[in-house]
Design a protein around this ligand. Structure first.
Ligand code: FDA
Ligand code: NAD
Length: 426
């Protein structure tokens, strides 16, 4: 049994949705494009899962956040795919791939062949078991990667109101889920091994602003330690957690956000890997000419830094998807992907954006006791990264533009004095 398509997108997440829209804009014909995804729903904006989806009042629910609403584009509902002659193969896991034969084998036993494949398999959440612990099977231990995980968190939250949640991990998932748990009137303790939250991006000074804000909301922080074991009752529910520093925390629920691994397994030994992802060139093309990779799973050249990077953020998934489709459909007109890394988060009433690279020396600016402050990163005499909390649209555009220009910075003290003015004048 088998079907053949000109273009197949493997994975039905953010990248897949934006790629589909780009294919239609560039004139794909009915019946040429197929998307295969393990998830039972059409591509959606994954960032909604840790924000609007977890709100107690008027929560976001599908179909409201199907791609591509996140970029103020058309919202691609299942009907849209049908109208555009795009085959959506939902709820179907691909269990093997053969890039020489140009075929994918699904868990339902179907062979799907392609002329061009786009790998958009994203990543999976790391499990406690991978750190030598157990407990992931417990009913009230939650991860957050897909709609099923988010639905489970909502269920568990509803039976934990007024109770205690332990959040393991101080990264994006930890911070955004902790905020949502507080909004749902659950007492939160965050546990992570680093000295401060968001250690991959924030400076200690930036982190302390957010930690103080969270503490005002009642969140407790236990830093510099990790989980050592989980206490479970006879119903298979967690009742508490034990930490390596010997403290014990009672828990009605546990949320785990300890990082991700890109879903590369189907292609290991067939395509070149780098930085834990599938290596692509500036056209998002892998070591096999007929195969492209986008989003979290792709390690691509970031021209601005002259380095291969793998990014785990939605803007990169959206733009790499569009670029891959442009390179496939209009190869002569499409140059190298020239991407400025962009990360953001929204928590409680706070909102920040970051552009570029957090390398080199840091200069902070603005009012850390007020609502608007930021930081610049300067490496080899040039501005390479900018962070801003509480900015206006114009201010965010200014830091984005300035970071892309990589202006020379001769005097860090002067940069500190100028603060946001430096970006606005660049
Ligand atoms: P994505 O993970 O979106 O999609 C991968 C798809 O492939 C899934 O549908 C999966 O089921 C499918 N798949 C994988 N293997 C398969 C197989 N073998 N067979 C069939 N299907 C398979 N970023 C940001 O910049 N700002 C933000 O606020 C947030 N917020 C946020 C919240 C939450 C809860 C998460 C989990 C993530 C974010 N992110 C984010 C990150 C952002 O969502 C992420 O970078 C993109 O979703 C990546 O898009 P991809 O298309 O690469 O993978
Ligand atoms: P992360 O990499 O942001 O953070 C992982 C955290 O795990 C670290 O900060 C660390 O505190 C913690 N950790 C590592 N080992 C640990 C251990 N043994 N015990 C306890 N804690 C440990 O990953 P995440 O928060 O799990 O997020 C998953 C993915 O989702 C990332 O790709 C992220 O970019 C994405 N995401 C992004 C956003 C956003 O951009 N706003 C929001 C949500 C999720």
């Amino acid at each position: 049994m088998g079907r053949a398509f000109v273009y197949v997108i493997l994975g039905g997440g953010v990248g897949a949705g934006y790629a589909a829209l780009e294919f239609t804009k560039r004139g794909v014909s009915h019946g040429e494009l197929c998307i295969i995804t393990e998830e039972p729903v059409a591509p959606y904006e994954r960032p909604a899962l840790s924000k609007g989806f977890l709100l107690p009042e008027a929560p976001a629910r599908l179909p409201s956040f199907h791609t591509c609403v996140g970029a103020n584009e058309e919202r691609l509902t299942p009907k849209w795919y049908k109208e555009h002659g795009i085959e959506l193969v939902l709820g179907t896991r691909v269990k093997s791939a053969d890039v020489k034969r140009k075929t994918l084998l699904t868990a339902t036993g179907e062979t799907i062949s392609y002329k061009i494949l786009i790998i958009a398999t994203g990543a999976r959440a790391l499990k406690l078991e991978e750190f030598g612990l157990n407990g992931s099977d417990a009913r009230n231990v939650c991860y957050l990667r897909d709609l099923a995980d988010a639905t489970r968190i909502v269920d568990v939250m509803q039976s934990s109101i007024g109770g205690n949640a332990v959040v393991i991990g101080g990264g994006y998932i930890g911070m955004e889920c902790a905020a949502s748990l507080v909004i749902n009137k659950i007492n939160v303790t965050m546990v992570f091994p680093e000295e401060h939250c968001m250690a991959r991006l924030f400076t200690p000074k930036i982190a302390s602003y957010y930690e103080d804000y969270y503490k005002d909301k009642g969140v407790k922080f236990i830093k510099g330690t990790v989980l050592s074991s989980i206490d479970m009752n006879s119903d298979g529910k967690v009742t508490g957690v034990n930490l390596r520093d010997e403290s014990h925390l009672p828990a009605d629920m546990v949320v785990v956000g300890i990082g991700i691994r890109p879903n590369t397994a189907l292609f290991e030994g067939q395509l070149t890997l780098e930085k834990g992802g599938i290596k692509v060139n500036g056209r998002m093309q892998t070591s096999n000419n007929s195969v492209y990779a986008i989003g979290d799973v792709a390690a691509f050249p970031v021209k601005l830094f002259g380095e291969i990077r793998r990014l785990e953020h939605v803007d990169s998934a959206r733009k790499s998807a569009r670029h891959a489709v442009a390179a496939i459909m209009e190869p002569e007109k499409t140059g190298e992907f020239d991407y400025l890394p962009f990360f953001y988060s929204r928590i409680f009433t706070l909102s920040w954006q970051f552009y570029g690279d957090n390398a080199g020396e840091v200069v902070h600016f603005g009012d850390f006791s007020g609502n608007t402050f930021g930081a610049y990163w300067v490496s080899k005499g040039h501005l390479v990264g900018s962070f801003l909390e509480g900015g206006t649209k114009e201010q965010y555009e200014a830091i984005s533009k300035a970071t892309r220009l990589k202006p020379a910075v001769e005097d860090l003290a002067e940069l500190e004095n100028q603060g946001l003015g430096f970006a606005l004048a660049a």
